[in-house]
Ligand binder design. Structure first.
Ligand SMILES: Cc1ncc(COP(=O)(O)O)c(C=O)c1O
Length: 465
């Protein structure tokens, strides 16, 4: 007999040990291999909690488009569904039903002619949604070409060079030529004239962005669609439009309801959006909807039954948490049209106020002001770039000292010489917080002025869109 206790068993000593005097608190934390022995839950919690202090404060993160504040009731609901797998439609039929309701509601919001029988699905985010939308366009194009007895080995996708990386990934993963409309002078997005120069019979579709990641501006969906209508009349080639509404699909219906960017435009075949951006849910949930059943090739779709109904399964991933979809429905129910309108308007009001004040500071010139989506960016004025001792990268560093994350980065291909700084205004960023940021920006300007020997940073940090 030996009386040694198993190492994991808590003895009185381990319970009474002061929190920060425990063995794990005074030794290296395992980083490369599993520790041999277990750690008490409270100790493990404190260790990891304390490491995370080094992360930025999400509420001061004006770089991200992703939701950083939700109501306590939404958080409770989410925590109640951590254990539910979205893919288990049969086992969790009510979660599946809630997903289906969200698809119908979005289909109605985006004016699908078929919204009672909406075709779409939730995803991890807009990136997965983009993959699915892109695949549907590729499949449809290939079927059309095969039917016409033509080659199918050189598909291309037309888009602005300002597109988010997900579209570049889509082209690479699915072996598609990315044809980019590059920036020119003060134009940083795609327009009809430039898009038309790149299309041909191998074009699977044109991506038009509602809310460019680079500067928050809307690309002209209707104008591009009209130009493609004309192109079809002249050539017989029918090219679909996919709208990347990652941010704007949850802004335009509330702030610019008259703007025709969605399924009201007949050439728009599919739309993606991030539920975790202006859909106001914590990450990660996205949505992809097709105009109608006919635009989603049957060949790509798996069917599952739930509550005796039929639901499509078209996804890259299999398992995925159900809680974000539940939280999305919570927002739809809780906020309704009026609530979403008021929140998005509040964000826009703050964005317009902030951009106006930044423009008044002197050294900065706005590129956008937040009047499309509540996102705007600015550059240094020509005079300031020639006379000041700091760059926007320095400004970003200086603001970081106060916890603000306001990224500076180069504009897209062909205008990479132009450095801008951007703010994304989201729910939870009040006018008072905007005033605190402004105060810190003004003191940063004063500080640079007081440091004639300051050596500025000409090159960017590590910011990725
Ligand atoms: C226009 C646009 N498309 C797609 C994405 C990717 O979205 P997600 O992060 O939801 O995958 C973003 C993200 O910022 C975006 O701004």
């Amino acid at each position: 007999m030996h009386d040694q206790k198993p190492p994991h068993q808590l003895n009185e000593e381990s319970v009474l040990t002061p929190t920060y005097a425990a063995r794990e608190m005074t030794e290296n934390v395992p980083k490369h291999r599993f520790p041999e022995q277990s750690t008490a839950p409270a100790t493990a919690y404190n260790l990891i909690h304390d490491e995370l202090i080094l992360d930025g404060n999400s509420r001061q993160n004006l770089a991200t488009f992703v939701t950083t504040w939700m109501e306590p009731e939404a958080k409770t609901l989410m925590s109640e569904c951590f254990d539910k797998n979205m893919i288990d439609k049969d086992e969790y039929p009510q979660t599946a039903e809630i997903e289906s309701r969200c698809v119908n509601m979005l289909s109605n919001l985006w004016h699908s002619p078929d919204h009672e029988m909406a075709t779409g699905t939730s995803t991890v985010g807009s990136s997965e949604a983009a993959m699915l939308g892109g695949m549907a366009m590729k499949w449809n194009w290939r079927d059309k070409m095969k039917e016409a007895g033509k080659a199918t080995d050189k598909p291309n996708l037309v888009m602005g060079a300002n597109t988010q990386i997900c579209w570049h990934k889509f082209c690479k993963y699915w072996d598609i030529e990315a044809r980019e409309v590059t920036s020119e002078g003060d134009r940083f997005t795609l327009n009809a004239e430039e898009a038309l120069k790149l299309v041909d019979e191998n074009t699977i579709g044109v991506i038009v962005i509602m809310g460019s990641t680079m500067d928050g501006s809307y690309e002209p969906v209707k104008e591009v669609a009209d130009a493609l209508d004309k192109y079809q009349e002249e050539t017989g080639i029918d090219i679909p439009v996919h709208v990347d509404g990652a941010s704007g699909a949850f802004i335009a219906p509330f702030l610019q309801p008259e703007l025709e960017w969605d399924f009201r435009v007949p050439r728009v075949v599919s739309i993606n959006a991030s539920g975790h951006k202006y859909g106001l849910v914590y990450p990660g949930v996205g949505w992809i909807l097709w105009r109608d059943k006919a635009h989603l090739p049957e060949d790509l779709v798996f069917h599952v039954t739930y509550l005796g109904g039929d639901m499509i399964d078209f996804s890259i991933n299999f398992s995925r948490p159900g809680n974000q979809v539940v939280a999305q429905y919570y927002n739809f129910l809780r906020l309704g049209m009026d609530g979403y309108r008021r929140i998005q308007q509040a964000c826009q009001d703050v964005a317009l106020y902030l951009s106006g004040e930044i423009a008044r500071m002197g050294p900065f010139e706005l590129i956008t002001d937040g009047s499309d989506i509540p996102v705007f960016c600015w550059k240094m004025t020509e005079a300031a770039s020639n006379t000041t001792n700091y760059t926007l990268f320095d400004m970003a560093d200086k603001l970081r000292e106060r916890g603000w994350l306001v990224p500076a980065y180069p504009m897209p291909k062909n205008r990479q010489d132009l450095i801008v700084q951007r703010v994304v205004v989201k729910e939870g960023f009040s006018r008072d917080m905007a005033d605190m940021l402004l105060r810190d920006m003004r003191s940063a300007l004063e500080w640079f002025k007081s440091q004639p020997g300051f050596i500025s940073r000409k090159e960017g940090g590590n910011f990725h869109h």
